[in-house]
Design a protein around this ligand. Structure first.
Ligand code: SF4
Length: 251
């Protein structure tokens, strides 16, 4: 792949997964956004709802769906200009660069964002990341909002891989970082509190989000999770796209 292209995930029609939708989670929930989904992830969450971005044939990673994907069918390389032209079709007021883990291609994100801004004007820029790879210095000023979602032990990742202290410390001191934790059981709060203490993350910058790939799962966990949010002074976030569209690509 040449230097000026990125790997993108593929939608149900075989096209790069670039789509308009409402932001379904976190600090900008409900805002209209154009999403650019990049392929590849350095973590391997067993409940990941975008496993087609990383759980390829021949890899040893377990996943609750027990499905492996063919890389040639699930990722496409596109130039910054091609991505910018596709994004511009939606006349975006804001974009979300998501994955997978966008920071795997961190050296190219500043150039991609610049190409998008050249084409679409001064859009709001969000990057969704698992927080294990720090952003390069040239990227930080181009990003309005980092949605940082460190993965807890119930994800199946080892803490030494998922919770990189150097990178989490960088995100924790950026004013545009919001933290979002996927919560499966009330016991997960111990891990969240340990991390907020270690990295001095103010609780008002934290969202707790119920694990769930169906509306029913999300709603069931939401009942007790809102109580935990009240107890700890943290924010609750729903998964609005799951209620609206289910666990589907391009939404
Ligand atoms: S970090 Fe995100 S994209 Fe990567 S495996 Fe976990 S949930 Fe999926």
């Amino acid at each position: 792949m040449s230097q000026d292209t990125l790997w993108l995930a593929v939608d149900d029609h075989g096209n790069p997964e670039i789509f308009s939708s409402i932001q379904g989670e976190g600090a900008s929930l409900g805002a209209p956004r154009t999403f650019v989904r990049l392929s590849g992830c350095n973590l391997h969450c067993k409940w990941c709802d975008t496993a087609y971005t990383w759980n390829f044939e021949g890899t040893p990673f377990p996943h609750e769906d027990d499905v492996k994907f063919v890389p040639t069918e699930e990722r496409l390389s596109r130039s910054f200009e091609e991505i910018a032209a596709e994004v511009a079709k939606s006349q975006p007021s804001g974009i979300v660069i998501t994955g997978g883990e966008p920071m795997l291609q961190k050296g190219k994100l500043a150039a991609m964002i610049t190409a998008i801004k050249n084409e679409s004007g001064p859009v709001w820029v969000e990057i969704e990341t698992n927080g294990s790879i720090a952003p390069p210095a040239d990227l930080v000023p181009l990003v309005n909002q980092f949605n940082v979602s460190p993965k807890l032990s119930h994800s199946g990742n080892e803490a030494r891989t998922a919770l990189n202290p150097v990178s989490l410390a960088v995100y924790a001191q950026l004013p545009q970082s919001w933290f979002k934790f996927v919560i499966a059981t009330p016991d997960d709060l111990d891990e969240v509190l340990s991390l907020t203490r270690q990295f001095r993350i103010p609780h008002e910058r934290v969202y707790l989000m119920p694990l769930g790939r169906s509306s029913e799962e999300v709603r069931t966990r939401s009942k007790w999770l809102t109580e935990e949010c009240l107890r700890h002074g943290m924010n609750f976030t729903d998964r609005l796209h799951i209620h609206l569209y289910g666990d589907t690509r391009g939404t």
